[in-house]
Design a protein around this ligand. Structure first.
Ligand code: BGC
Length: 409
């Protein structure tokens, strides 16, 4: 029997985001797109806005000692420059509910959705978007900074830009000519929305990526001004590109890792106290192996998390696994998948990556973006008719790992 014990004080929990769980958010770009039939309707989602107390009871029961939420920008700043104290009060109560259960809060200030006024201005295409975003972040930090010490500014700049400005499957539905030939399972739009193709979208794609980097850097300074001593970072999605023996494939994989991960992190790492990593997929160029598939159609390859974590070691920052998980409605693969993810996290720590915590995506089934409610990542199953919650068996396997602070195998 071998023991893989994690460092004392390691954080274990799960993650959620506002628009995927809260319900009732109308004043933003995804809600508008849903009204126009371009993405699946969101509606009341998990009604987490009203049920967070009982959902945190479940998280507590499952042994979690941390939880990552996001703040809905369109609630907090419904009109440009006008902040809604009532909504901030709501998030203060959410944080108090976590504190009452001894669950450490992690806040992501922006997770994909734009308030409608900001989307109408061009969102992150707008030259002033970094300052507009930083002002919002500063406000959040000022109001929530006493109750939360861990902030991430932006969730996943690359998937946001790729789906919104390259493939055209997410708002604002802009795509590159010819891109329909390159499809990624799971990122297809259930409503078939494919957006408008234009060569100018290539320029927009790079501009938005750059502005997101600038937005993070400006937000970092604003948050630091208002939430003294808080940890401020980013959440970055890693696709692990690797290759078979072929040197050309290896070169291409190197280039893809540079573009997808390092180009972005190099712009912002000097303004990151920590880095959050989300891992879901790999792409092995020239690979002929066949893999079991998740319900998203993605390879079951949790082992990619090891290398994903090693990729960010060079930045010398504390690292959080801010998301990793599997869509598996039948709950057949999830327990093993989590165990393998944890094994990878352990091995990355042994190799010198300063991993501080692991957050499974997601606590419960929720609105899976352009796939609507069809894909189920939750430790907890949600019946979207009755909103009843049912803990899946794999959640108890994860609880055992947490109780042991690691693996005993
Ligand atoms: C995103 C989540 C999403 C999950 C599963 C992550 O990239 O942050 O919002 O639900 O992937 O696709």
């Amino acid at each position: 029997m071998t023991e893989k014990k994690f460092p004392e004080g390691f954080y274990w929990g799960s993650a959620t985001s506002s628009f995927q769980t809260e319900g009732g958010i109308e004043n933003m770009d995804w809600a508008k797109a849903a009204r126009e039939g371009k993405v699946p309707a969101i509606g009341r989602a998990c009604d987490f806005y009203n049920r967070y107390e009982s959902d945190f009871d479940i998280a507590k029961e499952l042994g979690h000692n941390c939880h990552r939420i996001s703040i809905e920008w369109s609630r907090v700043e419904p009109r440009e420059g006008e902040f809604d104290e009532k909504e901030i009060e709501h998030y203060l109560q959410v944080l108090a509910a976590l504190r009452a259960r001894h669950i450490k809060p992690f806040i992501t200030i922006w997770h994909f959705t734009l308030p409608q006024w900001f989307a109408d201005k061009g969102g992150f295409e707008h030259p002033d978007s970094p300052q507009i975003f930083a002002r919002y972040c500063g406000y959040v930090a000022q109001k929530l900074g006493n109750d939360c010490r861990h902030f991430a500014t932006i969730n996943e700049a690359l998937p946001y830009t790729s789906n919104g400005y390259r493939r055209g499957t997410w708002p604002p539905f802009k795509k590159w000519p010819g891109i329909d030939q390159v499809s990624v399972p799971g990122y297809k739009n259930l409503h078939g929305e494919k957006g408008n193709a234009s060569w100018r979208n290539i320029i927009r794609y790079f501009k938005v990526l750059k502005n997101l980097g600038r937005a993070h850097n400006a937000a970092y300074d604003e948050i630091k001004k208002h939430a003294f001593g808080a940890e401020v970072g980013i959440v970055h999605h890693i696709i692990l590109f690797h290759a078979n023996w072929n040197p050309l494939n290896k070169l291409l994989a190197w280039f893809m890792n540079w573009h997808w991960t390092h180009q972005h992190l190099r712009r912002i790492h000097h303004k990151c106290d920590s880095i959050g990593i989300n891992y879901y997929m790999h792409k092995k160029l020239g690979d002929t192996a066949t893999y079991e598939k998740t319900d998203m159609g993605w390879d079951v390859y949790p082992e990619g998390l090891c290398e994903a974590l090693l990729m960010v070691r060079r930045y010398g920052k504390p690292v959080w696994v801010a998301e990793a998980g599997i869509a598996d409605a039948a709950d057949k693969l999830r327990a093993d998948y989590i165990t393998r993810l944890v094994r990878c996290t352990y091995s990355a720590i042994q190799k010198g990556v300063d991993v501080r915590g692991f957050m499974y995506w997601s606590l419960m089934d929720n609105y899976e973006l352009a796939q609507g409610y069809t894909k189920r990542f939750g430790l907890v199953e949600v019946d979207f008719e009755t909103l009843e919650r049912k803990v899946r068996p794999s959640a108890y396997v994860y609880r055992r790992i947490i109780e042991q602070n690691g693996l005993v195998e």
